[in-house]
Design a protein around this ligand. Structure first.
Ligand SMILES: *[C@@H]1O[C@H](CO)[C@@H](O)[C@H](O)[C@H]1NC(C)=O
Ligand SMILES: *[C@@H]1O[C@H](CO)[C@@H](O)[C@H](O)[C@H]1NC(C)=O
Ligand SMILES: *[C@@H]1O[C@H](CO)[C@@H](O)[C@H](O)[C@H]1NC(C)=O
Ligand SMILES: *[C@@H]1O[C@H](CO)[C@@H](O)[C@H](O)[C@H]1NC(C)=O
Ligand SMILES: *[C@@H]1O[C@H](CO)[C@@H](O)[C@H](O)[C@H]1NC(C)=O
Ligand SMILES: *[C@@H]1O[C@H](CO)[C@@H](O)[C@H](O)[C@H]1NC(C)=O
Ligand SMILES: *[C@@H]1O[C@H](CO)[C@@H](O)[C@H](O)[C@H]1NC(C)=O
Ligand SMILES: *[C@@H]1O[C@H](CO)[C@@H](O)[C@H](O)[C@H]1NC(C)=O
Ligand SMILES: *[C@@H]1O[C@H](CO)[C@@H](O)[C@H](O)[C@H]1NC(C)=O
Ligand SMILES: *[C@@H]1O[C@H](CO)[C@@H](O)[C@H](O)[C@H]1NC(C)=O
Ligand SMILES: *[C@@H]1O[C@H](CO)[C@@H](O)[C@H](O)[C@H]1NC(C)=O
Ligand SMILES: *[C@@H]1O[C@H](CO)[C@@H](O)[C@H](O)[C@H]1NC(C)=O
Length: 422
């Protein structure tokens, strides 16, 4: 059957490697078809197809398994329509990925596929497979008017996607499943991250992972996230931000609407670094001391099932030292949690700690109702015998009219909270 396919390939009008074109439509076939199924790198064919795609072109990955043994850079596309019908299998050559991936500058992270351009459509019919190696699977970079429909990422090496320096980028029908198949958990497998980008949509997504489901990082503005289900995961987040003093982080106009979190650690939260830079934190990262503003964020219509810490503001993520949360000068304001319901794993619903120097105005709870998974009592917070549902607050401007039933003072270190909700 495959040989027949190849014969027809050879009869096609123009065959360039394993790229076959008709007009401005370029079909890519895997090298494995002529190499007895060996995992020969298909990246050169892919680059060739995108180089030829030009203006108003279409690139079709035929319904086959493609081996990606080297990095992909398909940027500066113009009116390009990409259809991934088969499967991309990223090689497991971890040393290669570590030394060759493209830098995305932020946090020294890197990516295996840099993808972007103006007016690009990316649709997928089957799936995309990755293996551990730790670059971001696909980075939508320097893109304007990009729609990715049906993107599916299994076993991302690291964060599944990053939208970077882009505007008008929509991901629809998006699926990520980072399920560890060994004894090691999946770490830092964020489903969707955005940085330095605006006018973004994430719609109809299912994300199974061990870290942020969707995270809006520095200079993300006008982001709408709706109809998303997160399994495991750390839910919906703004942050972490405030890591770099040289790059203040502005995050404005973000709405999360219609979210289900199942067995998540956190659900709907905002995390900033502490105000004093550290060389190394408990997360193995460096930073802190960054300024900026988080303004006009809405979390609405959430259902959370068995979430450890459903709602949180922390201004000293990763810091265990007492008082650290009081050092951040990154302002947070106008944040609403509306129609949020579900079950908390422990008897803690919310921990909201705004930094002393920049108390938070405009923090609103409207119709937030939780019940502990343990209806009779609530699993007591770790190492306590507390039995009621806890709402911890500190430095909330206008706390009495916020709608938050504050009944405890929030601890001024991140560890103070996390130790209580293990
Ligand atoms: C590309 O498509 C646009 C609109 O569809 C058209 O205006 C333009 O002429 C096309 N350019 C080329 C080079 O085909
Ligand atoms: C792609 O091929 C697989 C078998 O390898 C088949 O199950 C699937 O239906 C095909 N998908 C499309 C869109 O043709
Ligand atoms: C990616 O390819 C473009 C050409 O299309 C080039 O200008 C750019 O420098 C490449 N990016 C990286 C990070 O190598
Ligand atoms: C970003 O996109 C613009 C077109 O909008 C292009 O001219 C420029 O070369 C791209 N820059 C990089 C670094 O890819
Ligand atoms: C995620 O993938 C694992 C196997 O890798 C599978 O067992 C599980 O059902 C998938 N989860 C969902 C919700 O699709
Ligand atoms: C965000 O944008 C402002 C200017 O609007 C800039 O000063 C700052 O460095 C940017 N931060 C990041 C993380 O890019
Ligand atoms: C936020 O939305 C408001 C109202 O649509 C708009 O005026 C403002 O410019 C937006 N902010 C940013 C940073 O885009
Ligand atoms: C807040 O952001 C939303 C989009 O998330 C926007 O519709 C609304 O106009 C913004 N409100 C203000 C006061 O800027
Ligand atoms: C409240 O959120 C739930 C989802 O958790 C949704 O089904 C319901 O329609 C929402 N209520 C309103 C009034 O929007
Ligand atoms: C309040 O929450 C309940 C329980 O989720 C929901 O049924 C109702 O629609 C919500 N009302 C509003 C106005 O959001
Ligand atoms: C509920 O809390 C009670 C009292 O702490 C405890 O005995 C019981 O085991 C808890 N239930 C579950 C399901 O953990
Ligand atoms: C548990 O709480 C007690 C009393 O508050 C404290 O003395 C003890 O150190 C705590 N244990 C741990 C392991 O933190």
């Amino acid at each position: 059957m495959r040989i027949l396919t190849l014969r027809s390939l050879l009869l096609a009008p123009v065959a360039l490697g394993y790229v076959v074109n008709e007009g401005t439509t370029y079909q890519i076939y895997p090298e494995a078809l002529t190499h007895n199924g060996q995992a020969v790198d298909d990246a050169p064919s892919i680059h060739q197809a995108f180089d030829l795609c030009g203006i108003n072109g279409t690139v079709i990955f035929t319904n086959n398994t493609f081996h990606i043994n080297s990095i992909l850079n398909t940027t500066n596309l113009l009116n390009c329509n990409v259809s991934l019908r088969g499967e991309l299998r990223f090689s497991t050559n971890t040393p290669y990925w570590k030394s060759h991936v493209y830098s995305v500058i932020y946090q020294n992270q890197s990516t295996a596929w840099l993808f972007g351009g103006i007016n690009t459509w990316y649709t997928e019919n089957k799936n995309q497979a990755n293996q551990p190696g730790r670059p971001i699977s696909i980075t939508f970079y320097n893109s304007t008017n990009l729609l990715a429909d049906g993107l599916t990422i299994f076993q991302p090496q690291f964060w599944a996607t990053l939208v970077w320096q882009s505007t008008n980028v929509s991901l629809r029908n998006f699926y990520v499943n980072a399920t560890s198949n060994d004894e090691w958990g999946t770490v830092n497998t964020d489903g969707y991250d955005s940085w330095r980008s605006s006018n973004l949509l994430v719609e109809s997504a299912t994300i199974i992972n061990g870290d942020d489901c969707v995270a809006a990082k520095g200079n993300t503005t006008n982001l709408l996230v709706r109809h998303v289900t997160c399994h495991g995961s750390a839910g919906m987040t703004i942050g972490s931000i405030g890591q770099y003093p040289e790059w203040p982080d502005y995050v404005e106009n973000v709405t999360f609407d219609g979210v289900r979190c199942i067995n998540s650690s956190t659900g709907a939260y905002i995390k900033t670094w502490q105000g004093i830079p550290v060389d190394q934190d408990s997360n193995g990262d460096v930073g802190g001391g960054g300024l900026g503003l988080v303004k006009n964020v809405t979390f609405k219509n959430f259902e959370m099932i068995n979430t450890s810490l459903p709602i949180q503001i922390s201004q000293c993520m990763y810091s265990e030292s007492s008082g650290a949360c009081n050092t951040s000068k990154l302002q947070i304001e106008d944040v609403s949690w509306v129609n949020i319901t579900g079950t908390s794993r422990y008897n803690v619903v919310a921990s909201l700690y705004c930094s002393d120097p920049v108390p938070c105005p405009g923090i609103i709870f409207d119709n937030v109702t939780f019940e502990s998974v343990n209806h009779t009592l609530g699993l007591p917070m770790w190492n306590t015998t507390m039995q009621d549902e806890v709402y911890q607050c500190a430095n909330i401007d206008g706390q009495n009219s916020s709608g938050i039933p504050c009944n405890r003072v929030a601890p001024d270190s991140f560890g103070g909270v996390s130790h209580n909700v293990q």
